[in-house]
Each structure stands twice: as C-alpha cells, then as structure tokens.
Design a binder for this molecule. Structure first.
Ligand SMILES: NC(=O)c1ccc[n+]([C@@H]2O[C@H](COP(=O)([O-])OP(=O)(O)OC[C@H]3O[C@@H](n4cnc5c(N)ncnc54)[C@H](OP(=O)(O)O)[C@@H]3O)[C@@H](O)[C@H]2O)c1
Length: 325
C-alpha cells in the first residue's frame, strides 16, 4: 500500500527486502493469512489504527519463524500464529510478529484453520466470556452470523451452553448459521427478526446480543434485549455508529458493553494466551472449526477483499502465500 483507498486501485504486489525483525520481534514465512473486515477499513484509511505509508496490510497469520531479533525467545523453525506488526503485515511472503505475541501453531492444525482461529475466535471468546459473561442456559442473539466474528460467536455460544439465535442476509448464509449450530437462524432480508426473537424467547428477549453491524441493527436490538441483558458493541460493518439514550438503558436494566479485543494485547496479554489454549482445546475436541468460505493464493488478494466488501462470503477468506497443509 503506497496510498489509501479502494483495494482494486491501491493494492500492488511489490518485491521488497525481507522485513525486520527488530529487537523482540521474529520474522515468519507466512503460510496462511486470514482476511477481516478491519482490513477493508485500514486499506481505506478508516480504521482506528493508521500505519504510516507504505505498509503491507494483513492482520492475522499462521507461519514458521525464519529469523529472530535480539532478545526473542522463539527460534527459527517454530510454528506460530498471531497478529503481525505493521508495516510488515500478513499479505506477504514474510511478515514480522512480536516475539511475545506469537502463539503456538500446533502440528496437525491446517494452516487455514490456524489463521482463521486467531482474531475472530479470540474476539468472540473474550467478548462472550469476559465482556458479556455469557452463562449456560442464556439466549445469545448473534448478528451477521455468517461473518468472521459472527460464525465464531455461534460456535462459542453453543460451546458455552447458550441457545443461539442468528440473523444474516439470504438463504446461503442462513443455512451456514444453522450448520454452525444456530438453534434459530433468521434471514434479515425477509424476516421481522425483532418479533421473531421475542417470539422465540416468550417475550423476554435475548440475554446477550452480539452486534458487529451497528446502525439500525443496534437500534432494533434494544427492542429485544432481556432484563439485565448485555448488548455487545463489536463493530460497525453497516457503516453508521449508533447512539444509545441512557434513559433507555436505565429503564430496561440492560448494559451496553464495548469490546476492543486488540486492547487486551496491551492491558492483559495473559487473557489472550488463556483464550488461545482454550480455543486449541475446543478445536482439537471438534467443538469449534473455523467456517472457511475459500482459500485463495496471495496474488488474488484484491479479488478476495472485493468478495468481503460485497458481503459474498460466508465465514472466512484465507489467502495462501505458499501452498501446503
Ligand atoms: N471489537 C473487536 O475487537 C473486533 C475484532 C474483529 C472484528 N471486529 C468488527 O466486527 C465486524 C465484522 O468483522 P468480520 O471480519 O467478522 O466481518 P465480515 O466477515 O466481513 O462480515 C461482515 C458482515 O456484516 C454484515 N453487514 C451488514 N452491513 C454491511 C455492510 N454495509 N457492508 C458489509 N457487511 C455488512 C454482512 O452480513 P450479512 O450479509 O449477513 O448482513 C457481512 O457478512 C466489523 O465491524 C469489524 O470491524 C471487531
């Protein structure tokens, strides 16, 4: 990226020197990189983080350590997953990771699953357990159930013993939500989902609402949240940042809970390590499995980002700079 804008206009494939690693960093050969909605925002210059230009986007990778900076505890050959340090992001042959932000990529875990198990599952795990304190037996409403963070929230909600209701757009995505374990999968293009959530909960509403969309979806969610419910603000894929009247929060006894997973890297990295261990355990037990829409070679990054931007994806798109399991 030499300038910000539409991926089709501003992404170019360059030959550059291998990046870093600086002190406390490692360089990894990237085997798989997961795309996320925040990639679109960052490429357009609309994300909260704005790396200086030029930079390589790409926020989560699985790869093998090839070089270590001063003080790094990893060694070449280690299989790791994590979030690259920009400007040396993951849409590349090699990326740079913080040594203390590398998590084990176990042998036997396919590269695409590993890349798909990082940001989206970490976000859903920390959001549902730490921020929303989801309990077994509660009702969880997951918006954009076929998105990256939505698909993870469905699986982790079911793993936590919740009843899961989802919204998503169109029959393909609704079917994907059902396959992931949703008890009720609503299509927001045809269903009155507020009424359906009330009906499915005997008028009580959902205890926890997972909202990666914002805007009108957030506003309508306030109509079907239960007494002492938790409305988790995950993102604004719909484009509008909503506002909430404090009087409504008071009268209906619910909480609006903010979630920025990236902040735990700074404030409580031990929670990320804990979540990673639990996610690997759940994956090994067959309880969670990233929903991967497709894997594409790195050279198709522009096409892949276009699919994401135009909502044509159910689950994750994973790019592969090098082939392999
Ligand atoms: N808080 C955190 O720490 C954190 C971490 C990661 C991601 N996020 C946020 O979570 C949200 C989802 O991220 P993701 O990577 O999971 O997204 P994604 O896989 O690209 O899915 C986004 C989904 O949002 C729905 N959507 C509604 N309005 C949309 C619009 N105008 N344009 C595009 N999609 C729209 C679509 O579902 P339907 O077609 O079914 O409506 C779409 O599939 C983003 O806002 C992202 O920034 C937050």
């Amino acid at each position: 990226m030499h300038r910000l804008g539409d991926p089709a206009e501003v992404l170019q494939l360059d030959e550059v020197d291998p990046p870093g690693p600086g002190p406390g960093q490692v360089r990894v050969a990237v085997h798989a990189v997961g795309l996320n909605f925040p990639d679109l925002l960052m490429i357009a210059g609309r994300y909260q983080e704005r790396p200086p230009l030029p930079f390589t986007p790409g926020l989560e990778v699985a790869g093998v350590v090839t070089a270590c900076g001063e003080g790094a505890r990893h060694v070449p050959g280690d299989r790791v997953m994590g979030a690259p340090v920009l400007p040396a992001g993951g849409l590349a042959d090699e990326a740079v990771l913080p040594d203390d932000g590398c998590y084990e990529w176990p042998a036997g875990l396919p590269a695409a699953d590993a890349a798909g198990l990082f940001i989206t599952y970490q976000t859903a795990y920390v959001g549902l357990h730490r921020r929303a304190a989801l309990r077994a037996g509660e009702v969880l409403l997951v918006h954009a159930g076929a998105s990256g963070v939505g698909s993870a929230a469905i699986q982790l909600g079911k793993a936590a013993g919740a009843t899961v209701i989802t919204t998503s757009g169109g029959p393909v995505k609704t079917a994907a939500c059902r396959d992931l374990g949703a008890d009720v999968a609503l299509d927001h293009t045809t269903d009155d989902w507020v009424a359906a959530v009330k009906q499915a909960t005997g008028g009580r509403g959902a205890d926890v609402i997972w909202d990666p969309v914002g805007g009108d979806v957030f506003d309508a969610s306030r109509k079907c949240i239960a007494f002492e419910g938790r409305l988790v603000v995950v993102g604004f894929a719909g484009g509008r940042i909503p506002e909430v009247p404090a009087s409504h929060v008071l009268v209906k006894n619910y909480s609006v809970v903010g979630l920025h997973w990236g902040s735990y890297r700074r404030f409580e990295p031990s929670l990320i390590a804990e979540a990673h261990a639990e996610l690997l355990r759940l994956h090994a037990a067959g309880v969670v499995r990233p929903l991967i829409d497709r894997e594409l070679p790195l050279e198709q990054a522009v096409e892949a980002l276009h699919l994401l931007a135009t909502r044509q994806v159910a689950g994750k798109v994973i790019l592969r700079p090098r082939p392999g399991p």
